[in-house]
Every structure is written in structure tokens, then in C-alpha cells.
Design a protein around this ligand. Structure first.
Ligand code: ADP
Length: 301
């Protein structure tokens, strides 16, 4: 097969591994920078041009679209879809997953466990809002944050009020969330492909930190999930309509709660921690499922 990896970084670990795994399995792989693609929308024959020439036809496309280029990146992916190229994750599903609030609403509608979460536009009713999510300690999150940036733990109501007030002053959209203390600074990253968790790791925050992101100095180890955790991860990916997803789960007193469903989960942390060939399994999924024109909107919302 001819497979495009839609990525801005040919040297990034995940991109390199996908190319390597594809080539090992006999496919022709090409890294395509979504920001260098341009396209015609109106024609009967949709095309993508790349660096001055028409892009050759592909059988499948693996989107690795960074959060900062979601808008243009998903537009390019949509064009591939219009041309009948099979996307590993569909553009609609990626757009859905990138909206944290919408994701939580969709997950809750399907009965998945979540930390109690609040969202408000106006700062006037902070008091009631804090009560709504159960009072301090609270986690306050910038809606646009990634890799733990803009995620703040406030131990007291006063601290929560100050932080909410400050974010509001900056006109930032925030989520206010129950702090899952019993998670003990750890979360579970479940790597889902199709209807299976193919690899899972437990990430633990460094001393004195509650955020377990590896970018923030957290450490990772392989972990065996409970059946409930497995089914929570698989169902979460399905609700979002993602074939491949990194589902982040906290172990709470009331069972697994979903923090986030990532549509472009990185491979480095999970392959290193588990020793599994996640890139190879990703390519195997494409081999099994890719058909020309096989794009229909998965999931709902
Ligand atoms: P990002 O998407 O920026 O990584 P997250 O919402 O995943 O932000 O939060 C970063 C980390 O902070 C999580 O991996 C987890 O360890 C910790 N964390 C986030 N929300 C909570 C919460 N409600 N209770 C306890 N820990 C949390």
C-alpha cells in the first residue's frame, strides 16, 4: 500500500517509527507536511498539491496533527477523505476530540466515569460554581492547554477563586474539576487500536507534583489494566469515533474516570515503557481495515 503520514516533523519519534514499521511490512511510506499542502475545493475531482506538484494517490493516511494546527490539518485530512483515501482517524473525530468540553459531554452522555467537572463563562457566580463541583481542593484547567500546561491544583476555596478570577481576566476558557486525590499523582495511558487496548502504562508524577505528564518529569511503567479500565478505554475511543486513541484514566474511589481522549497519541513513551511494537500494530490495523472510500462519520455529536 501507499501510506501518507500527515506530520510536520519527519524526525519526530512517532513519525519515524510509523514510517519504519510501514516499510518493514512492505508498504511505501511518505511523510507529508499538512501545512505545505494546498487544495482545490470546488472541482469535481478534488486534488491536493504539495510543494508545487500534485500529490500522488495514497491508499491510506495516518494523521499526526499537532494541537496548534488542528484547523488547517483537519481541513487537509478532509480533502484526503474526499479523494477516497482511508484515514486512520477521521477528521471529524479528531475535531471532536480536540474540544475538551465537547468530549467530556459526549463521554458523560454515554455513561463513562468522569471527574465532576464544571464550566462557566462568567466569573460572577464563582462561589456557586465551586460548590457545584464539590468544593476545594480543585483542579483548574485551561481549555487550550496541553502537556499539563495550564493545569493548576488549588488546595483552598480562596486559591481557587483567585485562579479562576485570573484566568477570567485573561479571557481564557477553563474547566473546574474535582481533584482525584486518591490517584496519588498517577494516571493510566491506554493505547487503543480498534476495539482493543494494545498497550498501557502508568505514569507517575515526580515528587511534589500532581501532574503525571512525562514532559513534566513524570516516569512511566508498564501496567496491567483491570477489565473495567480496559472497557472504559475502548468505549471512550468508540464514543469519540477514533480508531486509534490514547485514553487517559485516573483510578478514583468510584472506579476509573476518563481525563482525556487523545487523537494523536505519541509512541515514544508507550513503546519505551511497554516494549511493544505499537507502530507495527497501527500499520497492521490499516492493512486490515483500509479500503478506498471507506470513510463515514463514526461516533455521534
Ligand atoms: P493535559 O491534557 O494538558 O495533559 P490533563 O487534564 O491530562 O492535561 O492533566 C495533566 C495531569 O494532571 C494528568 O495527567 C493527571 O496526572 C493530573 N490531573 C489532571 N486532572 C486531574 C484531576 N481532576 N485530579 C487529579 N489529577 C489530575
Amino acid at each position: 500500500m501507499k501510506i501518507a503520514v500527515l506530520s510536520r516533523g519527519p524526525k519526530l519519534y512517532s513519525t519515524r517509527r510509523l514510517v519504519e514499521a510501514g516499510e518493514q511490512r512492505g508498504h511505501e511510506m511518505r511523510v507529508v507536511n499538512p501545512l505545505r499542502c494546498y487544495m482545490n475545493i470546488s472541482s469535481h475531482r478534488p486534488e491536493i498539491h504539495y510543494k508545487g506538484a500534485e500529490l500522488e494517490p495514497f491508499d491510506a493516511v495516518i494523521p499526526r496533527i499537532g494541537a496548534s494546527v488542528t484547523f488547517y490539518g483537519t481541513a487537509v485530512l478532509r480533502q484526503f477523505e474526499m479523494m477516497g483515501v482511508y484515514p486512520l482517524n477521521e477528521s471529524v473525530a479528531i475535531t471532536r476530540a480536540r474540544d475538551k468540553l465537547r468530549s467530556l459531554q459526549l463521554l458523560s452522555r454515554k455513561g463513562l466515569g468522569l471527574p465532576i467537572t464544571g464550566f462557566a463563562h462568567h466569573a460572577d457566580d464563582i462561589d456557586d460554581m465551586i460548590g457545584l463541583v464539590g468544593g476545594a481542593p480543585l483542579v483548574i484547567k485551561l481549555l487550550e492547554g496541553t502537556q499539563g500546561r495550564g493545569v493548576v491544583l488549588t488546595e483552598t476555596k480562596q486559591a481557587a477563586e483567585s485562579v479562576i478570577d485570573a484566568f477570567n481576566g485573561l479571557r481564557a476558557n477553563i474547566l473546574i474539576q474535582e481533584f482525584i486525590k486518591e490517584a496519588g499523582g498517577s494516571d493510566l495511558r491506554c493505547f487503543v487500536i480498534g476495539d482493543k487496548v494494545v498497550a498501557a502504562m502508568k505514569r507517575t508524577a515526580k515528587e511534589g507534583e500532581f501532574r503525571s505528564n512525562l514532559h513534566r518529569g513524570g516516569s512511566a511503567e508498564i501496567i496491567k489494566l483491570t477489565p473495567e479500565e480496559r472497557s472504559t478505554a475502548v468505549r471512550s475511543a468508540r464514543v469519540m469515533g477514533l480508531n486509534v486513541a490514547g485514553v487517559d484514566i485516573l483510578r478514583s474511589n468510584h472506579g476509573p474516570v476518563v481525563l482525556e481522549v487523545n487523537s494523536s497519541p505519541g509512541l515514544e513513551g508507550i513503546e519505551t515503557a511497554t516494549g511493544k511494537d505499537v507502530a507495527g500494530m497501527t500499520i497492521a490495523f490499516i492493512e486490515k481495515n483500509a479500503r478506498r472510500g471507506r470513510t463515514g462519520t463514526k461516533g455521534k455529536g
